[in-house]
Design a protein around this ligand. Structure first.
Ligand SMILES: CC(C)(COP(=O)(O)OP(=O)(O)OC[C@H]1O[C@@H](n2cnc3c(N)ncnc32)[C@H](O)[C@@H]1OP(=O)(O)O)[C@@H](O)C(=O)NCCC(=O)NCCS
Length: 150
């Protein structure tokens, strides 16, 4: 089933919904204080996908051109598999001046790894035992976008 969404900036008023999605998506969710502090960081960009006004997914990145680091992405469980994760990532990458993107992902998180591969990310390394709850390796991935030639 398709779902029409709008891509809009996240505001601090969205914090409770972000935490709902965060807790529904991760065994080791960010704390509310960490999420609130992150939204205040000047180089942090957070955008949301909204369906009929309700947030159904969001992505947070640190953008320091030419580099961007994807810090967090999640889509509501009932809204997954409809292209929203892909839409959020593309919207984020198109909305900034970064040409190099990096991220870490749990080795066992195949839906996320497939999403990043579909967008062109490639594995560049492994961080052993990077995650807790449960303990697991992180796969490091990177994407280089072509720079404009003048
Ligand atoms: C990872 C996540 C954000 C993907 O969001 P989504 O909206 O469901 O993804 P999309 O519908 O845009 O799918 C894009 C691509 O991702 C891959 N993908 C998504 N779900 C998948 C699944 N369950 N199994 C395998 N591949 C999957 C596919 O390549 C898909 O492309 P396709 O539809 O052409 O096959 C979502 O599953 C999620 O919120 N997971 C929990 C939080 C999380 O793990 N975040 C990532 C932390 S690094």
């Amino acid at each position: 089933m398709t779902m029409t969404v709008d891509i809009t900036p996240v505001t601090t008023a969205d914090l409770p919904r972000l935490m709902e999605l965060e807790r529904a998506s991760f065994g080791d969710p960010w704390s509310e204080s960490a999420m609130a502090a992150t939204l205040e960081i000047p180089v942090a960009r957070a955008i949301a996908a909204r369906s009929e006004g309700k947030i159904v997914g969001f992505v947070i990145a640190y953008l320091i051109p030419p580099e961007g680091e994807i810090a967090d992405i999640c889509v509501a469980p009932e809204a997954r598999g409809r292209g929203i994760g892909c839409l959020l990532m593309r919207a984020l990458m198109e909305s900034c001046d970064c040409t190099q993107f990096y991220l870490e992902v749990r080795a066992s998180n195949l839906p996320a790894r497939r999403l990043y591969e579909k967008l062109g990310f490639q594995r560049i390394g492994l961080r052993k035992n990077y995650y807790d709850r449960p303990r697991e390796d992180a796969v490091l991935m990177a994407l280089s976008l072509p720079t404009a030639t003048h």
